[in-house]
Design a protein. Structure first.
Length: 514
């Protein structure tokens, strides 16, 4: 399926609901914006992605251990990490529609419109020049396109200045100068740009007045930082070593949209790798390479990933990149890899008054380790897998099928066992096979409807193998195995089903590639 396809995301959303992958949260009350529930197939896929990550990070690296920390943390944590003071979005309201927008997104949407004009010029020219069309030459020489590009870079430059200086009056001026109007009211009647903290807060304590404000963590990383010394001492860890964690994070995103790409409650898989100061940029390069290998081993497409190195970094980082994936909406951030120096540990030392250091026996001295972080959104990874997997195919006989070509190791159900008919002892034989397989594989029994219809149902949830039990099975204990992708069927001895599943659906082969 082609990427950058407006319809693809819509199709994925409705397929996800119809087949039990993702439902809008509390849907009977019309849902809650940007909040989703994972259904019976979604949770299996999500758990398999978690396992792939956990095994690759924790099980396969003897110097990385995992933890699971509380969502609530001491409020000073967020003061130290900078989230109380600096985890803000610039917001602007339209006085007529009363709609609130992220100021930077209004400007980005304006840029996207100009980019749309460039694309139109390119499409027109490609049609006009046919085979002789050279896009690269066209975009660098065509007067109109060059003008549009200059306009974009001057807007980007102004926006960067505004973000760097946090001068929000200039932000409003930029929006006014660009003549940006509210998409709802069409008016340019804007409020000033203000800061809005993205952390959700709640109260701890039952007696009014005694209660103290605490936050739902906006990232899992701080649970790792504050446990650095606990893990280092109890695990007798030596540098370099890593701590990994999978868990929920919460952000009061203003523009939460694009399905599970940007949610208010989401899950992160993060790893902080503690290294000797001075070694961090080597490790940063190593982790960039290792994480890209992890992604590519899934076979979602060699060209579906790219690095986007940050030129302007947060003040505490000395290198940062995003692994971007070609989502249905185009290339967007899937994972961040950041060299965070000793910023977090030092900040926690300062705020807690506790030393968070490492005694280096070779150097015979204590120091605060530097940190390289890898941070991937589990839900975004889920969306990447689904959007690569979703395929509509027209078959040789003219019929159509929707198939999810999910990597077999991640598929929610590994095998479907289907008795050809509901009688003659075939269901019993099918149950016998399920009872033997269910300890090691997620297996589904299905006897309803014609066999073709049952295959389609399994295709739609991405089951890599369907085993059919027919009358010959009763005679010679053989079954047919149908491959989801090729739709080819082969007859094999019943005992061979397990070998096929072990070979083709286990995480082991995937892990061997990385
Ligand atoms: N500890 C570093 C950190 O949290 P981040 O770039 O803010 O860095 C890391 O987030 C990853 O978490 C992102 O690359 C993205 O995959 C995921 N993520 C962030 N905000 C999200 C949201 N609102 N919804 C879904 N995933 C999100």
């Amino acid at each position: 399926m082609a990427k950058n396809d407006d319809n693809l995301l819509k199709k994925i959303v409705s397929h996800s609901k119809e087949y039990g992958f993702i439902f809008p949260s509390s849907e009977i009350y019309d849902g809650l914006a940007a909040t989703y529930d994972y259904g019976q197939n979604g949770v299996e896929l999500k758990n398999n992605i978690k396992q792939y990550w956990w095994k690759a990070m924790v099980q396969m690296n003897e110097n990385i251990v995992g933890i699971d920390t509380a969502i609530f943390m001491h409020p000073t944590t967020w003061k130290a990490s900078g989230h109380v003071d600096a985890f803000n979005d610039p917001l602007i309201d339209n006085k007529d529609s009363k709609k609130r927008y992220r100021a930077d997104v209004l400007v980005e949407d304006h840029i996207a419109k100009i980019e749309g004009k460039i694309n139109k010029e390119v499409t027109k020219a490609a049609k006009r020049f046919g085979d002789a069309f050279n896009e690269e030459e066209f975009v660098s020489t065509n007067g109109r396109v060059v003008g549009y590009k200059e306009k974009i870079s001057s807007i980007e430059k102004r926006m960067q200045e505004v973000v760097d200086t946090q001068n929000y009056d200039d932000f409003k001026k930029l929006i006014e100068d660009l003549d940006i109007s509210c998409p709802v009211s069409g008016s340019k009647n804007w409020t000033d740009v203000r800061q809005f903290n993205l952390m959700f807060s709640t109260e701890l304590g039952s007696v009014a007045g005694d209660a103290s404000t605490i936050y739902l963590r906006p990232e899992t990383a701080q649970g790792i930082f504050v446990n650095y010394l606990n893990v280092q001492k109890s695990g007798r860890m030596k540098l370099p070593f890593g701590i990994a964690q999978i868990g929920k994070a919460f952000r009061n995103e203003i523009i939460a949209r694009q399905f599970i790409f940007r949610m208010r409650e989401f899950e992160q898989m993060e790893m902080q790798f503690f290294v000797k100061p001075g070694d961090e940029l080597d490790w940063y390069e190593k982790w960039k390479e290792k994480r890209m290998k992890w992604h590519k081993a899934l076979g979602l497409g060699e060209n579906s990933y790219r690095f986007h190195d940050h030129l302007n970094m947060a003040h505490y980082a000395n290198a940062a990149t995003d692994i971007e994936y070609d989502f249905p909406m185009g290339f967007k951030e899937l994972e961040g890899i950041h060299s965070r120096t000793d910023f977090d540990l030092t900040a926690h030392e300062n705020h807690s008054g506790k030393k968070l250091q490492f005694f280096d026996p070779q150097e015979n001295k204590n120091y605060v380790p530097y940190v390289v972080e890898t941070s991937i959104g589990l839900d975004r990874m889920f969306l990447a897998v689904l959007s690569a997997a979703y395929n509509e195919e027209t078959l040789e006989d003219g019929s159509e099928r929707i198939v999810l070509n999910i990597p077999p190791a991640l598929a929610p159900t590994k095998v479907a066992v289907l008795p050809l008919t509901k009688k003659d002892g075939l269901p019993e034989k099918a149950r016998e096979l399920i009872d033997e397989l269910k300890f090691d594989f997620t297996a589904q029994y299905d006897e309803k409807d014609a066999i073709g219809k049952r295959y389609r149902r399994q295709d739609a949830i991405g089951t890599p193998y369907s085993v059919t039990i027919d009358h010959q099975t009763l005679e010679d204990n053989t079954v047919t195995i149908r491959d989801r992708d090729s739709m080819e069927q082969v007859r094999v001895a019943m005992e061979e089903v397990r070998t096929t599943l072990e070979k083709s659906t286990s995480l082991t082969e995937l892990l061997r590639k990385i």
